[in-house]
Structure formats: structure tokens, C-alpha cells
Design a protein around this ligand. Structure first.
Ligand code: PGA
Length: 256
């Protein structure tokens, strides 16, 4: 994994913007995997400001709450339209977000996987990380080979995300999420993590053993996984000085 430590979420998001802008310059019809949550908000805001050409880009979102209609204010659909899609020139037909109202969830999940394959696979997957190490909504003990499927949220994740819903009671228990195997299929991973509450999950994912108890640790097996962290999220990394040294001494052509 490549660990990039930045002073603030703003500078960290700036690096993520540059990585995505470069990909779109090199491949205007790139396929992006996208995430919801508070972490990628700055990234989306800045990407909008950059006025890039999204007309040929395809997107696949990681997850959606089961039972929420696309128009529900807390759905991934709504989040993505409000914070990103409505502000860029992306074609509606190129946007894919799991259907929280799918009648037959296993069939829907197979179709989602098929759509990702038909698009040529995901070039770059944006990820956040849960305080328990989840990526997408793959909670601890999720199979590291899992594909898109239904998952039950842990009590901790429901607590962490209750703020979005106003209260925990209003939160669904189930989600449809790309699996860890699906995420690992992306050609490049770009994980963002900000704040002290992510420091333990980040340290275990980067420097701990590969274990389904911390799903993000599976990314150690990915050939091109970048983690862009602010100082607080990097606070528990034992080799932080080394990661900083590596980044500062990169050849110019390799810098994000
Ligand atoms: P957050 O969520 O960006 O709202 O912190 C991250 C996640 O749960 O993956």
C-alpha cells in the first residue's frame, strides 16, 4: 500500500482530486467506483470546481441501504446526486447505484456485478473506511473474497451513521454493498481517511495482519492501493516517518 500523509483533510482531498483528474485526462471514458459518507465530500466538491469532462465516464457506487427509495434523503442515490452528479456533465445512463428497493436482491446483485464487468471493470475505486475497518459496508468478518450482496450493519456502524438519519431508529439494518472481492477487482484503489476516530482502523489495516476482522487490511493484497490520510487518521501508524519519507522523495513523474 502507498500511504500518503497530509496535514489536513483539504490537502489530502487535493491529492485525491489530482489522481482522479489525471486518470480522466489519460482515459476520458474511465470507470470510477464511488463512495458516500462524510469523507469524500471535499473530494466531490473540488472535482466539481475543476470542471472536468465527465461525459464519457461511468460510475458504480459501493452501496445502498435496503428499503430506501432513490428519492429518500438519506439514500446513496440522493447523496450522490446532491453532492456530485447534479453538478457535473455525467450522462444519467452511465451512473450506477445499487437499488435499495430491488425485489430480488440476489438477482440484482448478480446483475450489478455483470454491469461492472460489461463496463470493462472499475479503473479507480474511491473508498472511505469505517471505525471498525469496513470498506463499502463490508463489516468485520466479511469474506475477503465476497461479491456484491446484502449485509447486516453492525451496531457500531449504525451508531456512527445515525447522525445522517437524525436517529438510529430511523436507520435501516441492511445494505447492498459491493463485496471485498469486487473492490479488489478495481485497477486502482484510493482510500481516504480523516480524523482521530479512524486512526485505529487505519493502523490495523496498514500495519496489522490481513484479516477479515479488519476488511480494509485485505487491501494489502491489492497491487495499486493508495491511502490518503490526514495527520489525525495517521496518528497510530508506527512507520509514519517512513511513509512521509517515501512520498517526499518520489521522482516528480510519480507524484500525485
Ligand atoms: P464516513 O464513513 O466517511 O462518513 O466517515 C466512512 C465509511 O463508513 O466507510
Amino acid at each position: 500500500m502507498e500511504i500518503i500523509i497530509q496535514p489536513t483533510p483539504e490537502t489530502a482531498s487535493g491529492i485525491a482530486v489530482r489522481i482522479i483528474a489525471r486518470l480522466l485526462r489519460e482515459k476520458p471514458n474511465a470507470v470510477l467506483g464511488l463512495a458516500t459518507g462524510s469523507t469524500p465530500l471535499r473530494l466531490y466538491r473540488e472535482l466539481v470546481r475543476q470542471k472536468l469532462d465527465w461525459s464519457r465516464v461511468k460510475t458504480f457506487n459501493l452501496d445502498e441501504y435496503v428499503g430506501l427509495a432513490p428519492a429518500h434523503p438519506q439514500s446513496s442515490h440522493s447523496f450522490m446526486w446532491k453532492n456530485f452528479f447534479q453538478n457535473i456533465n455525467i450522462a444519467r445512463k452511465n451512473i450506477h447505484v445499487p437499488d435499495g428497493e430491488a425485489k430480488n436482491i440476489p438477482v440484482f446483485c448478480l446483475r450489478y456485478e455483470k454491469q461492472i464487468r460489461a463496463a470493462g471493470g472499475i479503473d479507480l475505486q474511491v473508498l472511505g473506511i469505517g471505525t471498525d475497518g469496513h470498506i463499502g459496508f463490508n463489516e468485520p468478518t466479511s469474506s475477503l473474497a465476497s461479491r456484491t450482496r446484502i449485509k447486516t450493519l453492525t451496531a457500531r456502524t449504525r451508531r456512527d451513521n445515525a447522525g445522517f438519519f437524525g436517529s438510529e431508529k430511523k436507520m435501516p439494518h441492511h445494505v447492498i454493498t459491493m463485496g471485498i472481492g469486487t473492490i479488489m477487482g478495481a485497477r486502482q484503489i484510493l482510500l481516504l481517511a480523516f480524523g482521530r476516530n479512524k486512526a485505529n482502523a487505519v493502523a490495523q489495516a496498514v500495519e496489522g495482519p490481513i484479516t477479515s476482522m479488519n476488511p480494509a487490511s485485505g487491501l494489502q493484497m491489492h497491487p495499486v492501493a493508495k491511502m490518503v490520510l490526514d495527520k489525525a487518521a495517521a496518528a497510530k501508524l508506527k512507520r509514519a516517518d517512513y511513509y512521509r519519507w517515501v512520498y517526499e522523495n518520489k521522482p516528480d513523474w510519480q507524484k500525485a
